[in-house]
Design a protein around this ligand. Structure first.
Ligand code: NAP
Length: 293
């Protein structure tokens, strides 16, 4: 076999961002609406600061407005709830993102649940999670949505396919399993208690690793010709490595995402896409309200 086709997440993300830029320009020209994203950062986690800076930069490049709120690590839940409430009622803010993790005194789930579902561009509120589980439209978490975009662009057939997702986090594995099911794949969710992970993985036409364990997925766990998506981002001295043992697996797979340059760039691109979708929906709703007034 010649080796896997490399799925270029950087190129796909650039296309999504270009599409978003065009939509932002159209919304602004036709309706006078500039999509706005609010980022809320609590404390001084260095990685979170880097992620949020990246999101703000991407916002500006897409022609969107950003509203950044930075709160001290000592902030109380009541104070954070106040900030989120203010953003919920601000019409210029179409998307709200609470950067995780938050300090220990803050209940991340409870705070996330305070975000208005129509502004929940991370797709993590109970309402949007529930809609996703029911296969109904809502705002979908960015990384799993990015994975679905990569599968679509790479021409991977999902209907009737065996899909195995390793990892069941709220952020990635669980919503991704729901999206694959909605696309008519036969889905198996694996986790730390799965017995004989290798045998389950070998069933997969589409294998997704979202675990956080470097090189967990080895070539003997992969069916020849499978599409392998590596969500893992593990920092080692040599640099960033995925959850998939890239070289040997690429020799066996039909298609594979690299790390870096695979799923990573898709997350911010989908965040922008969610924000522009939220802005469009809000503008549609205002249009309807004005028409019936
Ligand atoms: P997480 O919340 O720590 O969840 C990890 C999942 O993997 C859990 O469901 C856990 O099982 C499972 N797991 C752990 N060890 C396992 C093993 N040996 N065998 C099988 N399953 C195992 O992590 P996450 O937030 O989903 O992130 C996963 C990876 O994706 C990380 O490397 C993260 O950095 C990366 N990530 C990348 C992006 C991106 O933009 N590319 C975005 C988000 C996350 P249990 O449920 O049983 O504990």
């Amino acid at each position: 076999m010649a080796g896997a086709k490399i799925i270029d997440g950087k190129a796909v993300a650039a296309q999504v961002r270009e599409r978003v830029r065009a939509e932002v320009a159209e919304l602004s020209a036709q309706r006078g609406v500039t999509p706005g994203l609010a980022t809320v950062l609590v404390g001084d986690d260095p990685a979170s600061h880097i992620y949020v800076r990246g999101k703000l930069k991407a916002c500006a490049e897409a022609g969107m407005t950003s509203f950044h709120r930075e709160l001290p690590a000592t902030v109380t839940q009541a104070e954070l709830a106040d900030v989120l409430g203010g953003l919920n009622s601000d019409d210029a803010v179409h998307g709200i993102l609470l950067q995780l993790p938050v300090p220990a005194q803050i209940d991340a789930d409870a705070m996330t649940a305070l975000i208005h579902p129509l502004k929940d561009v991370d797709g993590l509120t109970p309402i949007n999670s529930g809609l996703l589980m029911k296969g109904r439209p809502g705002l979908v978490p960015c990384t799993p949505q990015g994975v679905m975009e990569l599968l679509q662009v790479s021409g991977t057939e999902l209907s009737g396919a065996e899909a195995v997702v390793v990892g069941r986090s709220d952020l990635v594995g669980r919503p991704l399993a729901a999206l694959l099911l909605a696309a008519n794949a036969t889905v198996t969710s694996c986790h730390s208690r799965t017995r004989d992970l290798a045998t389950v993985c070998r069933r997969a036409d589409v294998l997704v690793a979202a675990v956080g364990v470097p090189r967990l997925i080895t070539a003997d766990m992969v069916r020849e010709g499978a599409t392998v998506i590596d969500v893992g981002m593990n920092r080692e001295e040599s640099g960033l490595v995925g959850d998939v043992d890239f070289q040997p697996v690429a020799a066996r797979a039909g298609a594979i995402t690299p790390v870096p340059g695979g799923v990573g760039p898709m997350t911010i691109a989908m965040l922008l896409a969610n924000t522009v979708a939220a802005a469009r929906r809000s503008s549609d709703a205002h249009g309807v309200a004005a028409a019936v007034r």
